[in-house]
Each structure stands twice: as structure tokens, then as C-alpha cells.
Design a protein around this ligand. Sequence first.
Ligand code: PGA
Length: 250
Amino acid sequence: MATTRRPLVAGNWKMNGLRADGAALAAAARKGADDRCDVALCPPATLLTTVAAAIEGSSVLLCGQDCATETHGAHTGDIAAPMLADAGCRLVILGHSERRHDHGESSALVRAKAEVAVAAGLAPIICVGETEAERNAGGALAVVGQQLSESVPDSAPGLVVAYEPVWAIGTGRTASAHDVAEMHRHMRDCLDTMTGVDALATRLLYGGSVKPGNAAELFAVADVDGGLIGGAALKANDFWAICQSAAEAV
Ligand code: PGA
């Protein structure tokens, strides 16, 4: 892990959590906050206010899970980036494979969302990753390179990119350290060709079945600057063990 980039561990709760769980997980995150590593919590929209209150005064960052391309108006069920910022969010996940798959989100849409997020003062965490078929066909680097070039806006202060192989999300399988190293180097090279992107400053997260038992190995890989954590983020002890691994990998 590069010492110039402070690691980030973001806990993506997805569509999980009721008020009591949110308060308990946020309290645990707050207790474990460490000045070597940034920690973000990405609760569902219903818990943003609960979690914001629970982490107030700590260094834990609040993060949305998605935002609309519009800033307000007649869009039932959507959440606008300025509303996330108003709720206390500093970051927003965009283009997660579950959004790309379940809601048919294209990279062009992700880019439009990222532009509106940036305008609202949010740092986008843009997710990319290949399917198993694409990897088996030898196309993983090309697929991710194309997703990056089509999803990343021209200007994105604080940009974070999460590499999440689709086949590793929630499956208990992770990419090998060798494949993660190859992909993260490739992503940084791709970002370096984009105008308006500071490739060296961009934090590149790995996501997909990160657990306490594999976090240290993954975070030790060159060009891995932390992780986007799903299932393990719902267990306070596991999440904090993973945050500790990121802090120690610096
Ligand atoms: P997982 O999810 O850790 O449960 O595999 C990661 C993610 O989807 O962000």
C-alpha cells in the first residue's frame, strides 16, 4: 500500500439494517476509529440520520449508496446528491455491480451521477468489475478499463475507485493477490491517461468477500488502498478487524 494515500475502509450495508442495528454498528465503528485509516459507513437511506447522529464528533465518514442524476423534483423513490450531502454524507457509492445488474445502470449513467455528486460536494466511490465469464474469456482488464473510461467524470475531486469482481461479491471467493495487483496497476494506468484525474491521489479499493482472515493479504498488495466491505461490515467485530488490517498495511 502506498504511504501517500491514506487507506479507506468503507462498510456497505446494502439493503440491511434497522434502527437498532444501525446505532449499534455505528457506535462500534466510532469506538474503533483509528487515525491511520479513514473509515466510512454506507447505511441504507432510512438510517443515514441515525448513523449521522451516532458518529457525530468522530472521524467516521458517512457515505450514500447511490444518488440520482437530478438534484430534486418528481422522481419517486430516488435520492438526490444534495440530499445526501445535507444528511451529512461526504461520499457516495456509484455504479455498484448490484445497481448495474438490478437496475440496468450503464457506465454513462454512472458518470452522470458522479458529475452531480461532485457538484454537491460528495466524493464518488465508483465501482467497476468484470463478471466471471469475462474473466474466463481473458477480458477482465479490458472490461474494467472501459468501465473506468466511461464512468469517471472529467473532474472528480476525492475520487475513489473500487475494483469489485462481480463473481467475488458475497460469494466467499476473492481474487488472488496476483490478479488484484495486476488489475489495480492497470486501473491506475488507465486513470493516468484521463484528463482531470489525479491518478496517484486516487484511492483504489478492493471489494468482494473481504473478511478478517484475508484482509491483511489483500491490503498488502501494491496499489490497494483499502476495501469496500459488504457482508463483513454487518458484524462490528469483523469490520473493525478489517479496519485494523488496513491501518497496519500502511
Ligand atoms: P461482500 O460485498 O463483501 O459481501 O462480498 C462487497 C460489496 O458488494 O461491496
